[in-house]
Ligand binder design. Structure first.
Ligand code: SAH
Length: 250
């Protein structure tokens, strides 16, 4: 579990928070830190706040987009300080950790927990990439933890859960392989294109429908075989519409 869960921080403004998050991870035994467009990194303030966890900082992967940070992940969990209108299934940190450790999460190898910006959290587009949300129960009138504090609570629960049950289920033989975040991203592109091709989706305004469809398919957690079936259906629909030449399988 410790090698298969990555913490992804999206567009963090304060380098001190990056350092404090690295420290929070290391004390709980986690190492894999991904930074999507950090405003200031590397930075002396990050190193100072990391204290002895500068190895986690030095090993951090800096990415230009969230999609890049999620490549290879079979489970993506978004950490959210508030409830959203288009609700995605939600765990508290304990449920989140237990489910991840049980290996449901790790069936296809890796899992990510995504943390938002200090001022504005995660966008709806970013939440659309998440299978689940994790929310630290808190005062409804003041529910937002400091970024590194949120990392700490969730990492702590992961550690507790990992001690309580068999951890290493990754690659456990007969388990089905879930579609990864990058498979899902390609599928959503293909789905949107096909729905436009057959006149179901208004190309000027695809947002709400695509968000709802993402929510549906993220909930279903398709495996690789199911993903191939879905992609085959889309290709067949495109062939019907345009003939063999125009169908696109990306
Ligand atoms: N003002 C922002 C809060 C950002 S706090 C907002 O309203 O969304 C920075 C990040 O810390 C959040 O995006 C989230 O990933 C994490 N976080 C803060 N409080 C949290 C909570 N109660 N539960 C889960 N994650 C939380």
């Amino acid at each position: 579990m410790f090698n298969t869960v990555r913490m992804v921080l999206v567009e963090t403004s304060h380098p001190g928070n990056i350092g404090a998050a690295a420290r929070a991870m290391k004390v709980m035994g986690l190492q894999r830190l991904y930074l999507v467009n950090p405003q200031l990194f590397p930075h002396a303030e990050a190193t100072a706040r990391a204290s002895g966890a500068d190895d986690v900082l030095a090993g951090a992967t800096v990415c230009a987009s969230l999609d890049e940070a999620l490549v290879g992940c079979g489970l993506v969990v978004g950490a959210s300080a508030r409830l959203r209108r288009l609700s995605i299934p939600q765990w508290d940190p304990r449920q989140c950790a237990e489910r991840m450790v049980e290996g449901i999460a790790a069936a296809s190898g890796e899992a990510a927990i995504v943390f938002g910006r200090e001022h504005s959290g995660l966008t709806n587009d970013e939440l659309g990439r998440c299978h689940q949300l994790v929310h630290v129960p808190s005062n409804p009138d003041y529910s937002s933890l400091n970024l590194a504090a949120a990392v700490q609570v969730i990492a702590y629960e992961l550690r507790m859960a990992s001690g309580a049950s068999a951890v290493e289920t990754v690659g456990g033989g007969e388990q089905e392989t879930l579609a990864t975040a990058d498979d899902m991203a390609r599928f959503y592109q293909h789905l949107q294109q096909t729905l436009e091709d057959i006149g179901f989706l208004d190309p000027e305004n695809p947002r709400i429908m695509m968000q709802r469809l993402r929510r549906l398919f993220n909930r279903a957690r398709p495996n690789e075989v199911e993903m191939n079936i879905l992609r085959g259906i889309l290709t067949a629909a495109q062939k019907q519409r345009f003939g063999a030449s125009r169908s696109t399988r990306r």
